[in-house]
Write a protein that binds this ligand. Structure first.
Ligand SMILES: Nc1ncnc2c1ncn2[C@@H]1O[C@H](COP(=O)(O)OP(=O)(O)O)[C@@H](O)[C@H]1O
Ligand SMILES: [Mg+2]
Length: 227
């Protein structure tokens, strides 16, 4: 469970201070499927980076699964992140000249897991996202939709219970985007993975069960979507 209380975040550029998040309070339960919308510059990515423990904030508190993130040491934070949170980005963030298998195994290379076991887990996740026939292909030989599936398999491989997806369909045509959303929906409904998704596309947000709108660093609406 994610509990943000009165989070404020400033960016300092030279002498200027810019407030990117203003008193943001937000609770997200395990198993939710939430979309975050808002205009460019509204603070969506900033909020995602804070939820993902990638970025610090200036005031407020963040409890993740009952643990206070504020005071957590970086090492603890990165352990927590790699075991709980999977990131999916608009530009896929894959190593293009390496294979699907290599990319999906990557988050496990620094664990104590044996190579044969890592490979087994990775192949299982690759099959789970529908790419069982692409395991040894290089990423640069895949379509955009297939690349995003690889990124989702990589997000799941360390056992993440939460996927943070920042504009995951932003570089995909609308049909491929819908397929990726169907996959995220299945992971949410069947595997209980919490999905938090940033999008500026209303039809993409319809896949979620709760829609939050940010404007100018503030939450201006937070509604349950009828299904
Ligand atoms: N590293 C940074 N340094 C300075 N300003 C930043 C930085 N990152 C984001 N901002 C500013 O904070 C605001 C929110 O950015 P962001 O969270 O990326 O918005 P969104 O994802 O909604 O487009 C924007 O005005 C942006 O210019
Ligand atoms: Mg953004």
């Amino acid at each position: 469970m994610i509990e943000l209380k009165r989070i404020n975040k400033y960016y300092k550029t030279g002498k200027n201070m810019f407030q990117a998040l203003k008193d943001v309070s937000l609770t997200i339960d395990d198993g939710e499927f939430v979309s975050i919308m808002g205009q460019s510059g509204a603070g969506k990515s900033t909020l995602m980076h804070i939820i993902g423990t990638l970025d610090d904030f200036d005031s407020g508190s963040y409890m993740l699964d009952g643990e206070l993130v504020n005071t957590m040491k970086d090492k603890k934070k990165s352990l927590l992140r790699s075991s709980k949170i999977g990131f999916v980005m608009q530009d896929f963030a894959l190593i293009n000249h390496e294979t699907v298998l290599y990319n999906v195994m990557l988050p496990m290379y620094f664990s104590n897991v044996k190579y044969s076991e890592m490979k087994k887990i990775a192949i299982d996740k690759i099959m789970h996202v529908g790419l069982g026939d692409q395991v040894t292909k290089k990423v640069n030989q895949l379509s955009g939709g297939q690349k995003q599936r690889v990124a989702i398999a990589r997000a799941l491989v360390a056992g993440a219970s939460m996927i943070l997806a920042d504009e995951p369909t932003g570089q995909l045509d609308s049909n491929t985007g819908k397929e990726i959303m169907e996959l995220l929906k299945t992971l949410n409904e069947e595997d209980g993975i919490t999905v938090i998704l940033v999008t500026h596309d209303l039809s993409i947000s319809e896949y979620s069960r709760r829609r939050i709108v940010l404007s100018d660093g503030k939450i201006v609406s937070d509604e349950k979507l009828e299904k």
